[in-house]
Design a binder for this molecule. Structure first.
Ligand code: AMP
Length: 419
């Protein structure tokens, strides 16, 4: 788990601003849910046999309730949708989120125990257009930021009927190979054979390579759904590769599955992933409700930016630093700060009674555009040194003249408000 220090939070804020702005363009509304969820929800929502639930959740008990730190947002958003009857708001719910998630994984570059995701959940539509809006938002965010070297992989895992048919075929194929396969795959065989296709164990690979594919077991309507998704991706000019091995193991995942990867990321190359989960809401106690969503890792997005030399940090900026010499000047400065801030500008001063030199250094460090220098002499004459830090020019002006100048700056958009 890492601290995000002040020199890093600027790029996080910039990224969040982009996500919020683009989500608004797609007409998504934000949802915020608690960081803690009942263990039961996460186990049902993700599935007992997933890596996350079996190995990676941070869990604890308080009274009679078992809690986990949320490892992802789809199950929490689905819970919230059911609990608050969001269906009654009418129409399809188009939700986005940004926030921290927790998984007790082995940390490495691009993999933390507390990390951040943003994502969408579209709840209440089975239409392929919903899949497409989700995928195109995901792709659009990376494009907007300038991360262009990405690969979109898609697959269909079919509806319940397709999956049941496929599971039978797959099990019949796997059964004779089981003795030579990994222990993990053997434990998955009965309850969740599709997850075996996800296995990274070397001894499983030859068997997986020859395995029958879900694509061959798709029902008519699943095939139609998938074809429409692909057609619409073509219409939008979004490149994709079909990856028949891309599966979402649990039974609640249906139809479209997708993943966005970046060759610039090294071992942890998944930027984002998602898919349809038409059976999840019913699984956690709601009415049958089709839904689709994706989640993206924010640390990995920022690593990709670093690799590609994309600078999201707009840099520090401050409109006015009031440099004070002596007690009276310091007292004078306090209401002036308030006045300047009231005009919509940013302003600060020294809180330690440091030397003129130290305060000028501080103003430089803060990237102040202007400084106002005040001491007893200036107070007596009501003339202050107003210094343009960029141009290294200064003038002697009254406070009113200085405020007038600053007002003009706002008009010209030359203040930190410009962002
Ligand atoms: P998932 O919910 O596992 O599909 O993950 C969605 C995205 O979240 C991944 O593509 C990663 O970008 C990111 N992600 C998942 N786990 C971690 C982690 N432990 N550390 C950093 N990013 C992660």
């Amino acid at each position: 788990m890492t601290d995000l220090l002040p020199d890093e939070t600027r790029k996080w804020q910039a990224l969040e601003q982009i996500i919020r702005r683009e989500a608004a363009k797609f007409h998504f509304e934000e949802i915020r849910t608690p960081v803690l969820e009942p263990t039961e929800l996460i186990v049902r929502g993700l599935g007992q046999l997933t890596d996350i639930v079996s190995k990676e959740i941070f869990a604890f008990q308080r009274g009679d309730t078992n809690y986990v730190l949320r490892p992802e947002m789809t199950a929490p958003v689905a819970r919230s949708y059911v609990e608050h009857r969001l269906d009654q708001r009418g129409g399809t719910q188009k939700l986005y989120y940004i926030g921290p998630m927790f998984r007790a994984e082995r940390p490495q570059k691009g993999r933390q125990r507390q990390f951040h995701q943003f994502g969408l959940e579209v709840i209440g539509s089975a239409d392929p257009i919903a899949d497409i809006e989700v995928i195109s938002f995901m792709v659009h965010i990376y494009q907007t930021i300038g991360i262009r070297n990405t690969r979109l992989r898609i697959n269909s895992v079919g509806d319940l009927q397709s999956r049941e048919a496929y599971k039978k075929t797959l099990k019949a194929y796997l059964k004779p190979h089981l003795p030579s396969m990994s222990e993990l795959s053997r434990t998955r065989f009965e309850k969740n054979p599709m997850r075996i296709l996800d296995s990274k164990e070397p001894e499983d690979q030859p068997v997986i390579e020859q395995a029958p594919l879900i694509g061959d077991s798709l029902s008519e309507s699943s095939r139609e759904h998938f074809n429409m998704v692909k057609k619409l991706l073509d219409d939008l000019g979004i490149d994709f590769e079909e990856d028949p091995y891309l599966v979402r193991g649990m039974d609640y995942y249906t139809e479209t599955a997708f993943e966005l990867i970046s060759p610039d990321l090294g071992a942890q190359d998944a930027l984002a992933g998602g898919g349809r989960y038409d059976l999840l809401i019913e699984e956690i106690g709601g009415e049958p409700t089709p839904a689709v969503g994706f989640a993206a890792g924010m640390e990995r997005l920022l690593i990709a930016c670093d690799e590609l030399g994309i600078e999201l940090d707009p840099g520090k900026s401050l409109d006015l630093y009031i440099v004070t010499m002596g007690g009276s000047a310091r007292e004078w400065a306090v209401p002036v700060l308030q006045q300047v801030r009231g005009m919509g500008l940013s302003a600060t001063m020294d809180y330690q009674g440091r030397s003129l030199k130290a305060q000028m250094k501080d103003a430089n460090r803060a990237a102040a555009n202007y400084t106002l220098i005040v001491g007893d002499h200036e107070l007596a004459r009501n003339r202050f040194t107003f210094r343009d830090m960029g141009a290294s020019e200064e003038e002697s002006l009254s406070l009113d003249e200085i405020l007038e100048r600053m007002q003009k700056l706002i008009g010209e958009g030359r203040t930190q408000d410009k962002a």
